[in-house]
Structure formats: C-alpha cells, structure tokens
Ligand binder design. Structure first.
Ligand SMILES: C=C1C[C@]23C[C@H]1CC[C@H]2[C@@]12CCC[C@@](C)(C(=O)O1)[C@H]2[C@@H]3C(=O)O
Ligand SMILES: O=C(O)CCC(=O)C(=O)O
Ligand SMILES: [Fe+2]
Length: 358
C-alpha cells in the first residue's frame, strides 16, 4: 500500500495559527495584518487587465466534437478553461455548495473541533501556503482527504452521514471527469493511454487520488487591500473548481496580468497543475491563480485537487521527449512534490528541473 495523501506532511509539521482566526463578520475595518501591498506579494497589483480587453479563459462544451483540441489549446495558452456539459448533475453541484455554506456558517468553536493538525492534511484552518506570506488571507478553508467521517461527526453530530454521502458522490464524479479531461488534453498532443506506462498498467483509475478543498471568502470591508487566497499554482495534475455565483478567481497571464474568471452557472473551472506541466514536458502551463474578495457578497469555492497515487513517478511522457526536446524535469512522486512545495513553495518546480548538460 503506497503512502496516502493523508500522511504526506507527517514528519513535516508546520505551524499555522488556525485558532487566531478572527470572527470575520464582526470586523468593520480591515486589520493591518490583512492589508497587502506589492511588498507582500510581487504580483499583488501586477497590471490588472483592463476590463475592455475581454480576453478570458475559454468556455468549452465537452460534447463538442473538437473538445480535445480546444482543451489542449487552453492548456497550452492559459493553463485553465471552463467546461459546460461536463455530465456532473447540477443537483450534486448544489449539494456540495450547500454543504460548504453550512460548514462555514457553523460557530468558530465548532469548526475548531475539526481543526487541521500541524502534521495533517485534513481539517479546518487557513490555507497551507499561509506560512509563506507576511500578511493574512481573508478566507477560511476545510481540506478533505480520505473519509471525512471523523471530522464531519464533530461538526454535525446529527447530519454527518448525509454530508459524507455528498462528498463521496462528488469525489466519484470528479474522479471520472478529471481522468476524461486529462486524456482529452493528452490526445491533443498525440499521446494516448498506451504511451503513459502507469496509466496503461492500471486503467481502472486506481492510480489516482485526490483532496477536496472547501474555501470561504467572507464579505470584506476593504477588498482592494485584502487577499482571499494568495497567488499560487496547484501541485496537482488537474484541479476542478466549482465556484458559487460570486466572482473572485483570477488567473495570471504574462501578457495580460490578472484576469478574472467570471462565474458561469452550472459550469466548472479546470486548471493545469504542476504535475501536468511536468508530464507534458512543459507544454501545458500550470497557471498562477489567486482569489480576491468583495465587499457585498461572500464567496464559496470547492477545489478537487487531483493527482497520482504516491508510488507513481511522474516524468515527461517519453513520446514528448527527443534529442531536441530534452526532458525538462526529473521524475517525482506526488508525495515528494508536495513536500518540496511545502518547504520551497514557488521554487518547487525549478528545483526538479533538469539542467542542460554542458
Ligand atoms: C493535495 C494538496 C494540494 C494542496 C496541498 C495538499 C492539500 C491542500 C491543497 C491546497 C488547497 C489550497 C491551495 C494550496 C496551494 C494549499 O495551500 O493547500 C493547495 C496545495 C497545493 O496544490 O500545493
Ligand atoms: O477559490 C478559488 O477560486 C481558488 C481556490 C484555489 O485556488 C484552491 O483551492 O487551490
Ligand atoms: Fe489553487
């Protein structure tokens, strides 16, 4: 049995002050510890795209005959896209949004009963990347890996079983969708299942695992100076995000700056993670993204963070490598990568990059 995601930070404790979460609803002014400037994040105010350019990540109809090429193109240019006709029942999206809302509406003392431990992955708290920034983020999160039963029992002594069913069903649907999207994207590069050894060895999807990240961005008194979730790339193959009808997610493009991804009811946002960037030998872009907050509406999002089982080594697909196109990265497991990221954050990718031999 390979090590599971649940154990990835065992032996790598980090101290995050979950218990100092403020009662966001009672704050009339933004405390200084929440005021971000370009000093706290180089790209904080980086060339926000003028709303007139209208350039945005594509919305792709999964039923379209050319979906594979459209997805491939989006992965190369943006590293992100939205999808319609994804086959996930609307009722299930509503259920997971309802669950997320009711979780964060619980009194903070109850949420803290399921606080994430210093060496754990699952539970309530601030985002793990918080340790890399001097300022605090205007959000709270809840991470699920493996069964949420124990945590959910503490949160909802009565209703936990219903909520567990929703999570299980949601993860099941997301798993199928994520794998479908990965193969469509790879197909656009001429890569099929037989070209990826670990996938062809167990095509039953048992090679994958995932975490679910529930995010809450409360209404904020000074949104322009606050940051919901700081700029980062995901350490995944792919991430599938379900956002409520409040905008906040932004993706970064070198030529455009920050571009807000508008919520499209019923659709899902997909983004390329670092491992897919590695697998595609740099062809797919693991997109830098962040979440901003606003003054009038609370925002919820649910991220399905998807990657391979911990014994699988990810390296550039051999078919995409040649004497001219050298492998840009050495092989790495998801566990190794998450630990590198937990220590070195945005330098993680460059740390596994191959350097040209002289
Ligand atoms: C499986 C994962 C992926 C993690 C770590 C671990 C569990 C929680 C994920 C997130 C979710 C929020 C953003 C992020 C950057 C964070 O702080 O925690 C993600 C991180 C990553 O993609 O690196
Ligand atoms: O809330 C969002 O839109 C972004 C969430 C995110 O990037 C994450 O959970 O990794
Ligand atoms: Fe993310």
């Amino acid at each position: 049995m390979p090590a599971m995601l649940t154990d990835v930070f065992r032996g790598h404790p980090i101290h995050l002050p979950h218990s100092h979460q403020p009662d966001f609803t009672s704050l009339r002014e933004l405390p200084d510890s929440y005021k971000w400037t370009p000093k706290d994040d180089l790209l904080f105010a980086a060339a926000p795209s003028p709303p007139t350019t209208g350039e945005n990540i594509p919305l792709i109809d999964l039923d379209h005959p050319d979906a594979a090429n459209q997805i491939g193109h989006a992965c190369r240019t943006w590293g992100a896209f939205q999808i319609a006709n994804h086959g996930v029942p609307l009722g299930l999206l509503q259920d997971i949004e309802f669950l997320t809302g009711s979780l964060f509406r619980l009194p903070v003392q109850r949420k803290l009963k399921a606080a994430r431990s210093e060496t754990g992955v699952s539970g309530y708290g601030v985002a793990r990347i918080a340790s890399f920034f001097n300022k605090k983020m205007w959000s709270e999160g809840f991470t699920i890996t493996g069964s949420p039963l124990n945590d959910f029992r503490k949160l909802w002594p009565q209703l936990h079983l219903n909520y567990c069913d929703i999570v299980e069903e949601y993860e099941e649907q997301m798993k199928k969708l994520a794998s479908k999207l990965m193969w469509l994207a790879l197909k656009s590069l001429g890569v099929s299942e037989e070209d990826v050894e670990w996938a062809s060895l167990n095509s039953d999807l048992n090679w994958a695992q995932a975490a679910l990240q529930l995010n809450h961005y409360p209404v904020c008194p000074e949104p322009d100076r606050a940051m919901g979730l700081a700029a980062h790339t995901d350490s995944t193959l792919l991430t599938i995000l379900c956002q409520n009808n409040t905008a906040g997610l932004q993706v970064f493009r070198d030529d455009l700056g920050w571009v807000t991804v508008p919520p499209v009811p019923g659709s899902l946002v997909v983004n390329v993670g670092d491992l897919f960037h590695i697998l595609s030998n740099g062809l797919f872009k693991s997109v830098l993204h962040r979440a901003r907050v606003n003054q009038t509406r609370a925002r919820l999002s649910v991220a399905f963070l998807w990657g391979p089982q911990s014994d699988i080594k990810i390296s550039p697909v051999p078919k995409l490598v040649s004497p001219v196109e050298l492998p840009l990265y050495r092989s790495v497991t998801w566990t190794e990568y998450l630990r590198t990221k937990a220590t070195h954050f945005n330098k993680a990718l460059s740390m596994i990059r191959n350097h040209r031999e002289e």
